[in-house]
Write a protein that binds this ligand. Structure first.
Ligand code: HEC
Ligand code: HEC
Length: 259
């Protein structure tokens, strides 16, 4: 008996570690295409059609600025701070675009990625959603922790994220999303949930996009979370177990795909 139990424990530990390692290595090796570079280096400050966040919305930017200028601001933003457009933007946003140590080749890839959004502003851009409707935060919570399933079969967010301010203690693979709303605002949150274009997540939710209603419910949860700064203590008692089971589930899916 004891041996059986121990090997079970070893197995579950193995899977948990495997998921973490896989996800991490996935995150690293993704720094390849323009889209992946963008989702690693730029999304914390820019959206494409989701509105201004820390920096300006980059929807249509390749039509607004010429290529040389764009390469320069991405590769060496500190070299032309006296440019009138820069001065205006720095005054408006109160921060300057950081030097991210990218090469010209990487900048070109990112610009190519961005140029897709100029030619055909997709129907999914929140810019065209006249008003952002927030849903029901309780449904958002149920979806987040996996009590309710996502229509298109995506895994619950709690596998990798916590929202501690809403009392949800989930996986630690990715950021705690407590302050998401405060950081991004309506449009930013909506844009981020609509696209889920972040490393790791992008693949897991490919073909399993959230529906508009689900996005609205989750956005409501994040809004509530940023308002009520609830103590860590009233945590869903089962969330630890749920997280563990979900992690194993994801691992299985991953391994089936890989193997
Ligand atoms: C820490 C926040 C931050 C990050 C990360 C960041 N930017 Fe910026 N970006 C800004 C800010 C603030 C401005 C406006 C002020 C300025 O020009 O310095 C800006 C300006 C820009 C502009 C000019 C916009 C215009 O209207 O002319 C482009 C293009 C741009 N960023 C692209 C990128 C790309 C591509 C990345 C990722 C490789 C990136 N930024 C990463 C904050 C950021
Ligand atoms: C398999 C793990 C995994 C799952 C499941 C997952 N995410 Fe993520 N998520 C990540 C990783 C990794 C990142 C990028 C790194 C980070 O922000 O920590 C990320 C980033 C994000 C970001 C950007 C964070 C920021 O502050 O810029 C948001 C928003 C987000 N996830 C929301 C969600 C939502 C909503 C769900 C459920 C529908 C979800 N995630 C499910 C792994 C996951």
């Amino acid at each position: 008996m004891r041996i059986v139990k121990r090997s079970l424990l070893a197995k579950s530990l193995f899977w948990t570690l495997a998921v973490m390692l896989l996800s991490l290595s996935a995150g690293v090796s993704y720094a390849q295409t323009g889209e992946e570079l963008f989702s690693k280096k730029c999304v914390s400050c820019h959206t494409i059609g989701g509105g201004d966040v820390v920096g300006p919305d980059l929807l249509g930017i390749t039509e607004k600025r010429d290529r040389e200028w764009l390469i320069r601001i991405i590769v060496d933003p500190d070299s032309f701070l006296d440019d009138p457009i820069r001065q205006e933007n720095i005054a408006k946003y109160g921060v300057k675009m950081p030097d991210l140590g990218l090469s010209e080749e990487e900048a070109v890839k990112i610009i190519e990625f961005l140029s897709q959004f100029a030619a055909q502003p997709s129907e999914a851009t929140p810019e065209e959603t006249p008003e952002i409707q927030l849903g029901d935060p309780e449904i958002g919570r149920a979806l987040f922790i996996g009590e309710l399933r996502f229509t298109n079969g995506g895994p619950p967010c709690v596998a990798c994220h916590s929202v501690r301010s809403a009392g949800i203690n989930g996986g630690t693979l990715a950021k705690d999303l407590s302050d998401l709303y405060a950081r991004l605002g309506d449009r930013g949150v909506y844009g981020a949930l609509k696209s889920l274009q972040f490393p790791v997540m992008k693949d897991i939710y490919a073909g399993k996009e959230l529906t508009d209603e689900e996005v609205a419910h989750l956005a409501a949860l994040f809004k509530e979370a940023s308002e009520t700064n609830r103590a860590k203590s009233d945590i869903y008692p089962l969330s630890g177990i749920v997280v563990f089971l979900v992690a194993i589930g994801i691992a299985t899916v991953y391994f089936r795909r890989v193997g």
